[in-house]
Design a protein around this ligand. Structure first.
Ligand SMILES: NC(=O)c1ccc[n+]([C@@H]2O[C@H](COP(=O)([O-])OP(=O)(O)OC[C@H]3O[C@@H](n4cnc5c(N)ncnc54)[C@H](OP(=O)(O)O)[C@@H]3O)[C@@H](O)[C@H]2O)c1
Length: 318
């Protein structure tokens, strides 16, 4: 079978023929249709992630969509986080208990593009962030995959106003297309200035911040939360640290929360994917993506590494 393989950590994958995987106990063989290239795939393949250095060679891809036994399924893998191969190949051996059957009408590429990024947005808003209908939400990094999904999911959950923030003009356009009521440019490192921009487009203090960025944007958004407001951080795309000040945090008894998909049970993950795929099938949820042939995985990976893709890259495997 054709497969993309990481031969050395820090290097992009190389596509070549290799033997088909042999399913172990409890596993089935999935014929892969679509596999996204995500920040997590790149992080794991650096060999410097908190999961440790993966043994090489390995097939990357922590998730994908494919067919098995006549069903179209979304599936997770632990590629790069534990020994074993992932989704960027014609065939993947996957634990049967972790397959999630897609509803009729769901497009495999669109669901692969949403995948675990949309799961993170869904869980960080709902389970972790406690979003309730009628609340006002700020979504940072709203042109990214997590952010676009979060804007739409906040709306679907009944948020009364969704204020987005994004860096590039393209990202701001995506946030607006996702349905944000207002979009704030992230083009300053001045926390006070950014907080003033948020206040100007909010309808009073915000209830919840969805934050894949941290850094200055998170510090500014925290300043416009109401007493008892919540900020859920799920990524550090802007910075590993944030100048959130103590007076903001304690003065309004804010809840500063973290979220990771790694804590999700397979059951919760499956329920989230099912809901996301239902929304996708009914045209209520989508993220900008581009489809690239598996054979071009190496160049696509390089573009993802420098932040150049126009939306989530999804490898089309068949
Ligand atoms: N905790 C979890 O379980 C979980 C799950 C999924 C993702 N994540 C994390 O969430 C983050 C976003 O993931 P994603 O899938 O949405 O990635 P993505 O689609 O690659 O989007 C990343 C976004 O971050 C923005 N960005 C990068 N550096 C920035 C900066 N210095 N200031 C402002 N914006 C900046 C980019 O803006 P431009 O478009 O303007 O370049 C882009 O829109 C990543 O850190 C990822 O690891 C966490």
């Amino acid at each position: 079978m054709r497969a993309a393989q990481i031969h050395a950590c820090g290097e992009p994958p190389v596509v070549a023929e290799r033997p088909a995987p042999v399913p172990g106990p409890g596993e089935v063989l999935v014929e892969v249709l679509a596999a996204p290239i995500t920040p997590l795939d790149l992080l794991c393949a650096t060999g410097t992630s908190y999961f440790g250095t993966p043994p090489t060679p390995y097939v990357p891809g922590v998730q994908g969509v494919g067919t098995t036994g006549g069903r179209t399924v979304w599936f997770p893998t632990t590629a790069g986080m534990a020994p074993g191969d992932g989704s960027m190949a014609e065939l993947a051996a996957v634990r049967e208990s972790e397959l999630v059957e897609l509803p009729p009408g769901a497009d495999p590429v669109a669901v692969a593009a949403l995948g675990l990024s949309a799961v993170a947005a869904h869980q960080a808003l709902g389970r972790r962030g406690g979003l309730e209908a009628g609340e006002q939400v700020i979504v940072l990094g709203a042109g990214g995959t997590v952010g676009q999904a979060a804007v739409q999911l906040a709306r679907l959950a009944g948020a009364r106003r969704v204020v987005a923030a994004a860096r590039s003009a393209t990202a701001r356009e995506r946030a607006a297309r996702a349905g944000a009521d207002a979009v704030v440019p992230l083009d300053t490192d001045d926390v006070g200035e950014l907080a003033a921009r948020f206040s100007a487009v909010l309808d009073g203090p915000a209830d919840l911040v969805l934050d894949p960025l941290f850094g200055v944007p998170a510090a500014a958004a925290a300043r416009v939360l109401r007493p008892g407001g919540r900020l859920v951080n799920l990524g550090g795309s802007a910075s590993e640290t944030s100048p959130i000040d103590s007076s903001t945090l304690r003065g309004r008894s804010l809840s500063l929360l973290g979220y990771t998909n790694n804590e999700l049970t397979p059951g919760r993950r499956a329920a989230a994917i099912t809901e996301i795929a239902e929304h996708s099938a009914h045209g209520r949820l989508s993220v900008v993506h581009e489809t690239i042939a598996l054979d071009d995985a190496g160049s696509a990976w390089r573009r993802q590494a420098v932040g150049a893709p126009s939306g989530r890259i999804v490898l089309s495997v068949r």
